[in-house]
Each structure stands twice: as structure tokens, then as C-alpha cells.
Design a protein around this ligand. Structure first.
Ligand code: HEM
Length: 394
């Protein structure tokens, strides 16, 4: 049962994880978080803008599902612990290969869950790059996982067919009988009287997963935020129309009011160079869209953004059909104070340099005086406190 849950859940983690990397548009300048990827980037594609919720759903699924599967993974590892230490490690070539695949499988799973959970908690007790480690760890894990699935699927099917789940769920601890001896040596040789039924074990694991789900879902579902007790950045952001999630505050980024005040200018670079004050930006045609903002660490929310179309700014810089735009923030020392957007992202009419949100000026923490908002882009590419946009033309 635990294996079949992981068999469904883990491939979803793999696909959404690989999608997460593709969403950075790593082939565009300054965006690549894993430059050593080599041939493992074979699947990359130019990131899309439709549907606008795609990254929200994909990354929310990656993180929430990963957290929810953690009790299942732990229970699965616990259930096979005797096999992990089986001795001697080599009995035949096939056996040795299977054992080797377990290093990638178990080591990979523990490593991926460990680094993923620490990352969403913004806790980095290591010296290596999370991106490199989690990306290459995923591929190593995938090799072990594939070998394991091929070798074990017949056993899984036979085990599921061997007894009725419904009957097991009706069996209390008093009627629980130990497993009969079986060839893999997983059943205890001289079992004591059972202290928990199989139903009880599934209940504990399912209950733990459900509790994690209940405490994290609110990070991605508007209206449930109050229940997101595990949200590492808290649940309240000051009240009013700008009361929604903030990852990096203006204070944390060192953005002082004197650099975002009257002296602030947006610099547009392209065939033509332009400087615009905030009142000048506000006098340009304004457009309003309801768009999600979705953080790579899993939280997301949909808000109503107003501002100037990126395509209009491109035209002002003399770039009618730009190949890309390099956006720089006042927060250039931050890891994500810059991002390159594709020409395709710029040309989407909903891609904005937002000046207002939910009918009011952006708050300092949401990127005042101006921030990028692009449909379906990962949150880190919706650059806050924008100071310069450099459009590249063919
Ligand atoms: C077997 C399990 C897992 C696999 C195969 C996997 C795979 C991946 C891959 C390939 C990436 C892209 C890495 C990159 O951008 O270079 C990724 C990103 C990510 N993963 Fe996982 N992952 C797993 C489990 C988890 C878990 C359990 C969590 C946390 C609960 C998690 C959190 C994240 C986060 C937050 C990112 C985005 C990081 C960023 O772009 O800043 N992952 N995952």
C-alpha cells in the first residue's frame, strides 16, 4: 500500500520538479540556476504564459505533495529496514545490481526530501548549491527508482492481489495475525503479539499526511491562509489590500525609502534609451489583470495588478519585437535581483510592469515603486523594485 502511494506520487514530484527548472527559462542569460546540467537539460523548452495558473499549480503540487508524502516515505523505509541491512550484500549479479540501485533509490529519496524540505523552510545548513544538488539528486534518484519499479512491480501486484484491502481495514488489533514467513525475509521470525493492526498503521500514516496537508494547503489556496500554520513566512502581512505573501521584505533587501522616492527613475535600454519617473509611468495606458504570484518555495496567491504593459515599454525603448529583456532590481545583491524574460513573455498582453495592486500603490514589501508581473512565471522572475530594463533585439 505504501509503495503504491509512492509509485503514484513520486513520478508527479519528478515531473513537477523538472518543470520547475524549465520555468526559469535557463537558456536565457542570467537565469540558469544549474549551469552544469549538461545533457540533462535535454528537455528544456521556452516557458509558457498560458494558462496563467500553470506554475502555481505545478510548483504548489511539487512542494505540498512532497510534504504530504514525507510520512509515507518514512513509513515505507521503516517497513523495509531489515532488508536495508541484509548481509552478505552480493549473492548474484542481479542481486548486486538491485542492491546498488537501492543506494540511488533510498539515498536519492532521503536526499531529495531532506534538501527540498530545508529549502522551503529557507534553512541552508550546507555549503553546496541547492539547485545543483536537488537537480542532480533527482536524476540519480530517478535511475534507482526506475530499476526498483521494474524489479518490484510484479511483487507489488501480487501483494495487492493476495488480500482484500477492505477486509484489512475491518481487522482490529485483536484479530491481527503476523505475516507468514516470506522469501524476502521481511516478516519477523519470532513475532510478539501485535500491538497495532495494519489498519492502525495505515491510519497513523494517512493521519500524519492529512495533518500535513491541512496545515500547508492554505499556503497556496486563497481563503485558507489562516490554516497554513507551517508557513515559514507567517500568515499575516499587515492587513489591507496588500495583505498577501511576501518572501523578501524591503528591509531584508536593504531598499530604503530615499532610493524609491521622487528621485527614482525607471531606465529603459534598447535601440533607444529612456528614463521614466513613476508619475510618467502612471500617465501611460494602464491595464489591470488578475494574475497569480507563485513562489518557487510553494506558496501562491492571485491578486489584481495594474500597470504598464511590458510590450509598451519595449516599444518605447525602440524594441518592437524584443528577443528578451534583462530586468534589474534595486536589490541587485539579492540572489534574484535580476531575471531575463523571453520575447514571448514580453509580448503577452497581460505581462505588466505593475505599479498598483488591488486598487492601491504597491507597498514597499511588494516592490514599490514598480515590479514585474508575468503570467505563469515563477515568483523569482517577477522582479521587485525594478530600476532598469534592457531589451535585446535581433
Ligand atoms: C523524489 C523527490 C523529489 C524530486 C525527484 C524532486 C525534483 C526536483 C527538481 C528536478 C527540481 C528542479 C531543481 C532545479 O531548479 O535545479 C526541484 C525543485 C524544487 N523542489 Fe523538488 N524534488 C523532490 C522532492 C521535493 C520535496 C519533498 C520538496 C519540499 C517539500 C521539494 C521542493 C522543491 C523546491 C522548493 C524546488 C524549487 C527550488 C527553486 O527553484 O528555488 N522537492 N525538485
Amino acid at each position: 500500500m505504501l509503495g503504491s502511494v509512492l509509485l503514484i506520487g513520486i513520478p508527479i514530484l519528478v515531473v513537477t520538479g523538472l518543470v520547475s527548472y524549465a520555468s526559469y527559462n535557463p537558456r536565457l542569460g542570467h537565469n540558469d540556476t544549474t549551469p552544469a546540467r549538461g545533457v540533462l537539460g535535454f528537455y528544456l523548452f521556452s516557458w509558457i504564459t498560458n494558462p496563467s495558473w500553470i506554475y502555481r499549480v505545478s510548483q504548489g503540487t511539487h512542494v505540498i505533495l512532497g510534504l504530504v508524502l514525507t510520512p509515507v516515505l518514512l513509513a515505507k523505509l521503516w517497513s523495509v529496514i531489515p532488508r536495508l541491512f541484509a548481509w552478505p550484500p552480493i549473492r548474484s549479479i542481479a542481486y548486486a545490481l538491485e542492491r546498488a540501485s537501492l543506494v540511488l533509490l533510498v539515498g536519492g529519496a532521503v536526499f531529495e526530501f531532506f534538501t527540498g524540505i530545508f529549502n522551503v523552510e529557507y534553512f541552508y545548513p550546507w555549503k553546496f548549491s541547492f539547485y545543483d544538488a536537488h537537480f542532480f539528486g533527482a536524476w540519480a534518484f530517478l535511475v534507482g527508482f526506475t530499476v526498483h519499479v521494474v524489479l518490484k512491480t510484479p511483487r507489488l501486484m501480487a501483494a495487492l492481489r493476495s488480500r482484500s484491502l477492505r477486509a484489512e481495514l475491518r481487522t482490529g488489533v485483536a484479530e491481527t495475525v503476523p505475516e507468514p514467513p516470506e522469501p524476502d525475509g521481511l516478516a519477523p521470525v519470532a513475532p510478539s503479539a501485535p500491538t497495532i493492526s495494519r489498519r492502525g498503521l495505515l491510519g497513523v500514516v494517512g493521519g500524519a499526511s492529512f495533518t500535513v496537508l491541512a496545515l500547508t494547503l492554505g499556503e497556496s489556496v486563497d481563503g485558507l491562509r489562516g490554516t497554513a500554520l507551517l508557513a515559514p513566512r507567517g500568515r499575516s502581512y499587515g492587513g489591507g489590500p496588500t495583505d498577501f505573501q511576501v518572501n523578501r521584505t524591503a528591509a531584508a533587501a536593504g531598499i530604503r525609502p530615499d532610493v524609491t522616492g521622487d528621485s527614482w527613475r525607471l531606465v529603459l535600454r534598447g535601440p533607444v534609451v529612456h528614463q521614466l519617473s513613476r508619475p510618467e509611468l502612471l500617465s501611460l495606458p494602464q491595464h489591470t489583470y488578475r494574475l497569480p504570484i507563485a513562489c518557487v518555495e510553494g506558496w501562491s496567491t492571485e491578486q489584481t495588478w495594474s500597470g504598464v504593459r511590458l510590450a509598451d515599454l519595449a516599444r518605447m525603448a525602440g524594441a518592437r519585437a524584443p528577443v528578451s529583456v534583462y530586468v534589474q532590481s534595486l536589490d541587485e545583491n539579492g540572489a534574484f535581483g535580476r531575471a531575463t524574460l523571453s520575447g514571448y513573455q514580453v509580448s503577452d498582453s497581460r505581462s505588466l510592469l505593475a505599479l498598483r495592486v488591488n486598487g492601491v500603490d504597491l507597498s514597499p514589501d511588494h516592490g514599490y515603486p514598480a515590479r514585474v508581473i508575468v503570467p505563469a512565471a515563477p515568483g523569482v522572475h517577477n522582479t521587485k523594485w525594478v530600476r532598469q530594463m534592457s531589451f535585446e533585439v535581433d
